[in-house]
Design a protein around this ligand. Structure first.
Ligand SMILES: *[C@@H]1O[C@H](CO)[C@@H](O)[C@H](O)[C@H]1NC(C)=O
Ligand SMILES: *[C@@H]1O[C@H](CO)[C@@H](O)[C@H](O)[C@H]1NC(C)=O
Ligand SMILES: *[C@@H]1O[C@H](CO)[C@@H](O)[C@H](O)[C@H]1NC(C)=O
Ligand SMILES: *[C@@H]1O[C@H](CO)[C@@H](O)[C@H](O)[C@H]1NC(C)=O
Ligand SMILES: *[C@@H]1O[C@H](CO)[C@@H](O)[C@H](O)[C@H]1NC(C)=O
Ligand SMILES: *[C@@H]1O[C@H](CO)[C@@H](O)[C@H](O)[C@H]1NC(C)=O
Ligand SMILES: *[C@@H]1O[C@H](CO)[C@@H](O)[C@H](O)[C@H]1NC(C)=O
Ligand SMILES: *[C@@H]1O[C@H](CO)[C@@H](O)[C@H](O)[C@H]1NC(C)=O
Ligand SMILES: *[C@@H]1O[C@H](CO)[C@@H](O)[C@H](O)[C@H]1NC(C)=O
Ligand SMILES: *[C@@H]1O[C@H](CO)[C@@H](O)[C@H](O)[C@H]1NC(C)=O
Length: 664
């Protein structure tokens, strides 16, 4: 293997400089100058000494060719090492620092000593589009004033190692930029010099922060916020409470699984309001816990995994003296938006955490890191690392006008990330009265696994309307016959299915002078039932004209632009699962259905053109998950149907009767 030390000694030299110069900056003013010798040895880089804010640097150290060795230089993989530093040279503490490194050479981060990737991704992580890092274990940087210039407290150093692609030596694969992303700071463009890069970020005078005299960060907003409170602390163990709040108007979780990673050998002795999927204490017995707790009976221990998977209790455990009896607990893992039901938007559970040496000290808490939460057919959440916040205050249970506080509190903020193409969990098909074909869900809208037998890039075949009711595997013949009838060509390798668990059909029913209507049908192709389901549609043009929806309970969402939210009416809040046909051997399986007609007026939306596509939603959500939409609209001759409300009413009644029939 040929090693290329790219200006390596220079880079190391700069790193050493960084450490050395700061030492003497703070000792200069003293009577004795212990560092005088070093001063003679190297002149300080002026940029760093002139920085009265937060000084960030990135120094590329070295790289080595990785296997396989390729002729094509752009495809060659290299193992690289670099160091990033962040130094508080200002006069205020920097809490929970966040640094952006704009990687640009398809980097894969393999290790990052002294930091964690902000979105909670496990390493190795693809960071080729840049990444946000925050400090672990050193999340806060003190000022040199209060620490007498102690570098270990005012500076964090991040050792980065990873793989990077392309760029023939002697070019140095540097990131595009580095910056501090904490609120209230602004950074000029970073300066690059050879294999190092630096920037001095200063406080933004325009930033109107609440003047917090407190020791900790204020709480942040996010789609899902989680608080980790230490309620009681003992020598060797503590009681923690986890509170999760769903704050997003379209956020949702069903059967949630929460995982995290213990960083210091902790284990969960017991839990209330939730449980771990695995009940296993063998890892404790063979690990450091077993060595330390020699006389402990481990049989009652709940979980010793480094990454436990935690789930909510079913509702029948709500009043269980031992594991229930907590407010907001035991909802079988369902969290809905507050607009739907505030009491179902929060979850709480408690756990007794045992620590292992050397962190037995009563005040040594290390909240778990790398939080992840997911549910069935729900949006994807990405969670930032826990940040120490002001201790939570709880109203006093004695009824007096007093409150109690947590011993320590951390906050984890999780935000919804939009699904990439072909990774939704629901999809939409379009149809209209002026076109007899249905435009089905996109090919592989929800991903494709085996692609030997079908084409995952072909557009889906148009369908006759009745084909919407049958599962994809039973549609093939119908689609082919339809194509033949319509004289459309059929490719040799047919397009793949959508593979979605839930789909919606949006059918334009009518278009008349004063208004128009659409029929919405939800299909459930999964075996599970959706209780308390909800859907939402964004209508870019038609929104102001929304009039009524007949068999769902709908509201206009004030928080989300142009969006109408709907849920099942009371008593009809179930979207049933797919069931066998009447004769399972010959009939296809039947999806669960919910249907309604939705009506719009044209008075507030002059110029609306239904046939051009204004009558179709621009975004559709089911249980918080954004659904995949077709790429084309049904086209046709723009003749208006002159219907009045009577047929709509009739249709609604039919819909309702059908639904009741289905529910029976
Ligand atoms: C070299 O590799 C890159 C990236 O993998 C690829 O896009 C490019 O086509 C390759 N060039 C040649 C000449 O093979
Ligand atoms: C980086 O961004 C580009 C364009 O936005 C996207 O196509 C690509 O998938 C991204 N790569 C990663 C690793 O996220
Ligand atoms: C400042 O704090 C008050 C109350 O604590 C809060 O209502 C307000 O939104 C905060 N302002 C900012 C800019 O964070
Ligand atoms: C999450 O979203 C909120 C706004 O909704 C934003 O202020 C916050 O910075 C986001 N957090 C992360 C970690 O992306
Ligand atoms: C709770 O969820 C489980 C699946 O996780 C399901 O089997 C069970 O029927 C649910 N219980 C209730 C009461 O909804
Ligand atoms: C306990 O740990 C805290 C924080 O790690 C430290 O400040 C304190 O001095 C320790 N106390 C003892 C008695 O070791
Ligand atoms: C939660 O975890 C259990 C056990 O690992 C698994 O069976 C289940 O499918 C998971 N649920 C979700 C929503 O991922
Ligand atoms: C519609 O939803 C709202 C809010 O969830 C609820 O208060 C109301 O009772 C529901 N109406 C019907 C008819 O179900
Ligand atoms: C549905 O049909 C399949 C055979 O096609 C059979 O194995 C299964 O037991 C049936 N399920 C129900 C609930 O009848
Ligand atoms: C129906 O719409 C599709 C998609 O836009 C189009 O290809 C087809 O020709 C239309 N059919 C008629 C009869 O206009």
């Amino acid at each position: 293997m040929r090693a290329v030390k790219l200006m390596g000694w220079q880079a190391l030299f700069i790193v050493v400089l960084l450490s050395v110069t700061y030492h003497f900056t703070f000792t200069q003013g003293q009577d004795y100058d212990f560092e005088a010798d070093k001063k003679k040895a190297a002149a300080p880089p002026p940029e760093e000494n002139n920085c009265n804010g937060i000084f960030l640097s990135y120094v590329f150290i070295s790289r080595e060719k990785e296997f396989p060795h390729l002729k094509n230089a752009t495809a060659q993989a290299w193992a690289f090492k670099s160091v990033a530093t962040i130094l508080n040279a200002g006069e205020k503490d920097l809490k929970a620092w966040k640094m952006y490194i704009g990687f640009q050479h398809k980097e894969i981060l393999v290790s990052a000593g002294g930091a964690v990737v902000m979105d909670g991704d496990d390493l190795p992580a693809f960071v080729g589009n840049g990444t946000y890092l925050s400090g672990y274990p050193q999340a806060d940087l003190k000022t040199s004033i209060e620490t007498a210039g102690d570098l270990t407290q005012i500076q964090a150093e991040i050792q980065l190692e990873g793989t990077q692609f392309g760029l023939k030596p002697p070019a140095v694969p540097m990131p595009k930029t580095i910056k501090l992303v904490n609120d209230g700071f602004k950074c000029p463009a970073a300066t690059r010099k050879g294999s190092s890069m630096y920037v001095c970020c200063v406080t933004d005078p325009k930033f109107k922060a609440n003047i917090t005299k407190t020791k900790y960060m204020p709480r942040q907003n996010g789609d899902l916020t989680i608080i980790y409170d230490v309620l009681q602390a003992f020598e060797g163990n503590y009681l923690a409470q986890v509170t999760m709040d769903n704050n997003h108007a379209l956020g949702r979780l069903d059967h949630w699984n929460l995982t995290w990673e213990w960083m210091n050998g902790e284990f969960i002795y017991s839990m209330r309001g939730a449980y771990t999927h695995k009940r296993d204490y063998s890892e404790c017995i063979y690990g450091p816990a077993g060595k330390y707790y020699k006389d402990m009976d481990f049989t009652p221990v709940m979980n010793c995994e480094k990454k436990p998977v935690i789930a909510d209790l079913p509702p029948d455990r709500k009043d269980d003296e031992k594991i229930g009896k907590l407010p907001y607990c035991c909802k079988n893992g369902t969290l809905v938006p507050t607009t739907m039901d505030p009491s179902k938007a929060r979850a709480i559970f408690q756990l007794q955490v045992f620590k292992t040496p050397p962190n037995m000290n009563r005040t040594a808490f290390f909240p778990p890191q790398k939080w992840k939460i997911n549910g069935v057919l729900n949006p994807d959440y990405k969670c930032a690392p826990p940040i120490r916040v002001m201790p939570t205050q709880f109203p006093d249970t004695s009824g007096l006008d007093a409150f109690s506080t947590a011993v320590a509190s951390w906050q984890v903020v999780c935000n919804i990330t939009r699904p990439k193409e072909k990774a939704s969990r629901c999809c939409v098909s379009f149809s209209a009265f002026y076109n007899d074909s249905v435009i089905p869900c996109n090919t592989c809208a929800c991903g494709c696994k085996d692609t030997d037998t079908c084409n995952q890039n072909a557009s889906p075949l148009l369908l006759p309307p009745e084909a919407l009711l049958v599962p994809f595997i039973n549609r093939e013949e119908k689609a082919k016959a339809w194509a033949k009838m319509k004289h459309r060509s059929v490719p040799k390798v047919l397009p793949c299915g959508d593979n979605c668990g839930v789909s919606m059909n949006w059918h334009i029913n009518s278009d008349y002078r004063k208004g128009w209507t659409a029929r919405v049908t939800l299909f459930n192709w999964e075996d599970i039932n959706f209780e308390d389901w909800f859907a939402a549609i964004e209508m870019k043009v038609a929104y102001p004209g929304y009039e009524n929806i007949y068999s769902f309970n709908a509201t206009k969402l004030p928080q989300v632009k142009n969006t109408i939210f709907f849920q099942g009416l009371e008593g009809l809040a179930y979207l049933m699962g797919e069931v066998n046909g009447t004769n399972p051997l010959t009939d296809p399986r039947v999806p669960g259905k919910q249907q309604s007609v939705i009506s719009f007026r044209k008075k507030h939306t002059p110029g609306i053109n239904i046939v051009k596509g204004d009558g179709f939603p621009s975004k559709v959500y089911f249980n918080g998950e954004e659904c995949s939409l077709p790429k084309v609209f049904p086209t046709g001759a723009a003749h208006r149907s002159h219907v009045n409300l009577l047929p709509i009413l009739f249709l609604t009644i039919i819909t309702f009767v059908l639904m009741m029939d289905h529910l029976r």
